[in-house]
Design a protein around this ligand. Structure first.
Ligand SMILES: *[C@@H]1O[C@H](CO)[C@@H](O)[C@H](O)[C@H]1NC(C)=O
Length: 495
C-alpha cells in the first residue's frame, strides 16, 4: 500500500460536515505552509456562519452549504479530495478513496458524522432525514401526501411535527412525553398546546416546588389541530446554499397535499412492530383504508399513510474505517476518543457525531450529537493535533465543562444547561419549576443545594445568571423557592 501513495499530507481530515470543516480550518490557519487534505464525497462543505458567543458557554450559529472551493481559496495549501473513503490502513498511515487513489497522512482526523437510524432498510416508503438531500426528498414527497407517520422523539421529530402543514401527522413516540431527549414531561406539557394553536393565550404564572418528572402518562393518543390558515407558499424552496442546519426547515415549505393547517396526533409509549405495503393484503385489517404503506405499532394499532419518517436517532459512520484496524468502539457505535480526541489507533483522531467522548466527563457535561458539539469537537481536535505535533500541552477545552445548548422548538427559544434532565443524578436532586402557560417554562435542577442544570423555554433572560450559578456551584439553600419567585429580579441577587 505504501508504495502506491499518490501524496502524503501532514494532516488529513475526512468529512465535509461541521466537525471536519472546523478541524481543517483550525489546522490550516495554525499551519499555513503545511499540506492539509480534506477528503469529502460531496461537492459542498458545511460552513459555520453568524457565529455568536451568547455567554460563557452558550453559542449560536447558522450552518450553510458552500462549494468546497471557498475553503481552498482561503487556505492555498489545503487540498480538497472529492471522493468517499473506501478503506483506512492505520499501519501504513494511508487512506484509500472510492475512486482508487491512495493518500498518506501523518495525522488523520475522522469526522465522517452519522446517518439516520432507519426503521427498515430499503423500504421506499420509509424516509430518514439528516442532510439537505433527504430534506428535499421529504419536501417533495410531502407535497403529495395526505397523511404521514413520524417515528422518533428527538430534535428532528420535534421540529418536523411543528412545521408540517396541509397534511395529517401521526407522531409515534416511545416515551410517555414528547421531546424526551430534551425535556421532561412538564416541559412537554408546556409545549403540547403549541401543536394545536398558533395564537397562544398568556395566563398568570403557576408555581410548583416539589415536582415529579413522572407525570401521569397521557396513555393512548392525543390529537391537536389548528384552525390557522396555511402559511403562504412564497417563502421559497431549498436552493444551492441552503442547508440542513440548526434551522434546517427555515425557508423550506413543508406543506402537504391538503388545504388544512397543522394536525398532529401523538401515539405515546409505543414503537413500530412492522411496516408493510398495500400488496401485503393478508396483514391489513379491513378498517384501515387504502394507503401506500401501513405501520403496525406495539399498541396493536395499524395506521395507513403516504410515507413514514424515521427520526429515531443516528448511527455513527464508521464502516469504511474499521476493516483491518482495531478501533475501540463504544456501545452507541461511535469511535472511542480520549481527552485529546485520540482514537485507539495511533495518529488517528476523531471528532463530531462519529466519535464518543470517553474521557471522564465534567459532572455538568454530557455528549449529545448536536451541531454545537460537532463544531466544538472539530475545533478542539484541531488544537489537540497541533499541540501533539508541536509537543505542547493542551487542556480540555472549557466548552466541555458545562453542557449548554440553545435552540428553538415550537417557536419558543429553548436553553438547556448542564444536567437539564437530572441525567445521572438518581434521586439525589430536587426540581424547582415556574411555568406561565404560553409564555415561559423554567426548570432548575438542584443537587445538595447547588444548581446543576436548567431548562429555560421562552424569553426568560435567565441564561447568563443560571449559567454562572451552575459554574460557580454556589450554595443556594438560603434562597429556597425564592430562586424562582417571579416578583424578584434574580439578577440583582447575584450580579
Ligand atoms: C503554502 O506553503 C508554502 C510552503 O510549503 C509556503 O511558502 C506558502 O507561503 C504557503 N501559502 C500560504 C498562503 O501560507
Amino acid at each position: 500500500m505504501a508504495e502506491r501513495k499518490e501524496k502524503t499530507f501532514k494532516f488529513v481530515v475526512v468529512g465535509g460536515g461541521i466537525a471536519g470543516v472546523t478541524c481543517v480550518e483550525q489546522l490550516s490557519s495554525n499551519f499555513p505552509s503545511t499540506d492539509v487534505a480534506l477528503i469529502t464525497a460531496g461537492r459542498h462543505i458545511k460552513a459555520v456562519t453568524n457565529y455568536k458567543q451568547v455567554s460563557k458557554t452558550l453559542e449560536e450559529f447558522d450552518v450553510l452549504e458552500r462549494p468546497s472551493s471557498v475553503l481552498e481559496e482561503k487556505f492555498p495549501n489545503l487540498t480538497v479530495i472529492h471522493s468517499a473513503v473506501k478503506s483506512l490502513h492505520t499501519e501504513s498511515h494511508s487512506v484509500e478513496t472510492a475512486d482508487g487513489r491512495v493518500f498518506g497522512y501523518e495525522k488523520l482526523c475522522i469526522c465522517s458524522g452519522a446517518r439516520p437510524k432507519l426503521l427498515t432498510q430499503d423500504n421506499p416508503y420509509v424516509l430518514g432525514i439528516r442532510d439537505t438531500d433527504s430534506a428535499q426528498e421529504f419536501q417533495k414527497r410531502l407535497s403529495k401526501a395526505k397523511r404521514i407517520v413520524v417515528v422518533g422523539n428527538g430534535g428532528i421529530a420535534l421540529e418536523l411535527v411543528y412545521e408540517v402543514e396541509g397534511c395529517e401527522v401521526i407522531w409515534v413516540v416511545k416515551d410517555k412525553a414528547i421531546g424526551n431527549t430534551f425535556f421532561d414531561a412538564g416541559a412537554a406539557q408546556f409545549l403540547i398546546p403549541s401543536l394545536g394553536a398558533d395564537k397562544l393565550e398568556v395566563s398568570a404564572p403557576c408555581r410548583r416546588t416539589r415536582y415529579t418528572t413522572e407525570e401521569p402518562a397521557s396513555g393512548g393518543a392525543q390529537t391537536f389541530t389548528a384552525d390557522a390558515t396555511p402559511r403562504g407558499q412564497s417563502s421559497g424552496t431549498v436552493g444551492p446554499g441552503s442547508a440542513l442546519g440548526p434551522d434546517w426547515h427555515q425557508g423550506i415549505v413543508l406543506h402537504g397535499a391538503e388545504q388544512v393547517s397543522r394536525c398532529v396526533s401523538v401515539e405515546y409509549q409505543c414503537e413500530v412492530k412492522q411496516i408493510f405495503t398495500s400488496e401485503d393484503q393478508t396483514l391489513k385489517p379491513e378498517s384501515v383504508g387504502s394507503w401506500p404503506v401501513y405501520i403496525q405499532l406495539t399498541n396493536d394499532k395499524t395506521l395507513g399513510c403516504d410515507f413514514v419518517v424515521s427520526a429515531t436517532g443516528v448511527v455513527p459512520n464508521t464502516e469504511p474505517f474499521l476493516h483491518g484496524n482495531s478501533f475501540a468502539l463504544v456501545g452507541d457505535g461511535g469511535l472511542q476518543v480520549d481527552d485529546h480526541m485520540r482514537t485507539s489507533e495511533p495518529d488517528v483522531y476523531a471528532a463530531g457525531d462519529v466519535c464518543t467522548a470517553c474521557w471522564e466527563h465534567s459532572p455538568l457535561w454530557q455528549q449529545m450529537r448536536l451541531w454545537t458539539q460537532a463544531r466544538q469537537m472539530g475545533w478542539y481536535a484541531g488544537r489537540c493535533i497541533a499541540a501533539d505535533v508541536l509537543s505542547e500541552p493542551v487542556d480540555l477545552d472549557f466548552c466541555f465543562e458545562l453542557f449548554s445548548h440553545i435552540t428553538k422548538f415550537f417557536n419558543y427559544k429553548v436553553v438547556l444547561l448542564g444536567k437539564f434532565n437530572a441525567q445521572g443524578l438518581g434521586s439525589d436532586h430536587e426540581l424547582l419549576v415556574r411555568c406561565t402557560k404560553g409564555q415561559e417554562y423554567i426548570k432548575v435542577v438542584l443537587s445538595r443545594g447547588r444548581m446543576v442544570g436548567a431548562v429555560l423555554i421562552g424569553e426568560t433572560n435567565l441564561e447568563e445568571t443560571f449559567e454562572n450559578l451552575i459554574l460557580n456551584q454556589m450554595d443556594l439553600t438560603p434562597y429556597g423557592e425564592e430562586l424562582l419567585n417571579p416578583n424578584i429580579d434574580i439578577e440583582d441577587y447575584f450580579d
